[in-house]
Design a protein around this ligand. Sequence first.
Ligand SMILES: [Zn+2]
Length: 92
Amino acid sequence: MGRIKRASLDAEEQSFQPTTLGDLAKDKVDILCWCNRCSHNSIIQVVVLLGRLGPTFPVPEIGVYMRCISCGAKDVAARPAWPSLGKITIHS
Ligand SMILES: [Zn+2]
């Protein structure tokens, strides 16, 4: 259980200085978008968003511009799809 608590503390530290699209492009990390209403999720390539939003755009704010393609909700969260979490999110 301590591991979960530490993860949430880490998330709070990151939100203090959010990751930008430029950071992800540099590390070749894509973006995981998650619908808070129906739990639909998908990976969006960072280069697609980089061209539209620019390298200084903060990753957590991407969700504001997203709409779920499954249920149409605008309640979408976005975060870096770090490779270490890939096995959890990929289910095909
Ligand atoms: Zn949805």
